[in-house]
Design a binder for this molecule. Sequence first.
Ligand SMILES: [Zn+2]
Length: 442
Amino acid sequence: MVSNANKLSLKVMLNNDKTKVIFAESDSHLVDILLSFMTLPLGRIARLFNNPIFGIGSLSTVYHSLQNLDTSHFVTEAAKRTLLDSKSSFEHKYATLKLDISDSPPAAHFFCSRCCSERFSDVSAFSNEWYCSRCDGKLNREVVEKSSCDGVFIKPGASFIISDDLLILPNDTEFFEAVSIFDIKETDKGEQIEVHFGLTEIVKLLKASLTSPTPLSDVILNKTTKLNHRAEESRKLEGDKPNLFTLKVMMQKSTGKLLCAQAKEEFVEFLCDLLFIPLGRVGHLLGGKTCFEAISNLYRSTTDLIGEKYFKTEYIKKKLMKLNVVHGCVSRSNILGLTEESLPYFYSRYLSWDNYPMGKGCHLQRPRTYLVNDDLSVEPYCFSSIYYSLHVQGIQISDVEEVELKIGLKECLGILEASLTSTSALSDALLANKNPKAELCI
Ligand SMILES: [Zn+2]
């Protein structure tokens, strides 16, 4: 049994009816963990909640179907492994959190064991997969990065107040400013209680931050509140790329329902890319309008509410504000314009995609054709499986038509957003006259 010494302690103010958290007080350890939520790649979130009933939108089905896709579809076995075990650019820091929410070893880098040099000319994220350009030896010597043990983002010692929807303020914030930011109307005759969070509660809090407008209340009072996904507002794009590729979709004429899409590997590469995006980068990509209010609030806390003096360094605050994909995992197509983390300064040359035997920055073998269903599940394209699927659904071939859709940046961002909130992401993102909004699938 875990003692309270290994748990995080919070003082929580409840409302009069004990139905809602008004605010909570905590030290830097909990704030560190909350901020680490933003650094988790979407693939990690999908893996944490890899459950057909408790999945996240269509993200879980993308993850699950890629997991089931035979290794021969990927450029290497390591490419599949990396995809399904997507790392964070803060991976090596998680062990210094008071409660480590990661469920995998930190990202490692490997260099040539023959070329003993202080500066590594070739570096790989995979052991024994790539070759040294100087001596043809395998890159298999692990580089271990040292990290301190006193937190990740926030200087130890400071105290914070946290709203139910995860806005974070330093505890010395001016009273009326805090009241205004937290939108506290009355001094309800509430009750202050002490709560201890262990790993179980932190994982619940992560889930609730994606699914509930009141994550702290949900975890502390053991409630379930569903987030009402806001209808997509028109998104202004700077430098839109209107016609990146085309997607052939099969529609049922009588219902206007999107049945599935016949996709080339470029579209599935894009779906693979989604798994590497840090949660906190989603809002940035969607122009500040993330579908998760609590995650948006964590982002706002980082940018506007927690002063620079509370962060361990100015650099770490900047890194949180624009989170990078872990080094070596931005694909060649990179439709969403993701940026990747640099390797530490002592590498003389960055890990180069040129070292990859199957080409630059690809996850999948080419050429391939895939069937992508409305829930973004991916399977190899196969005539007989479509024929059988239509038969099972009782759909006549005369009732089916093929439509060619132009996919640009706007559509890709729509699919990113819908993948997090809906189990019919393709329809939601691509059809002009959408079906009634699919409910947030939790
Ligand atoms: Zn070498």
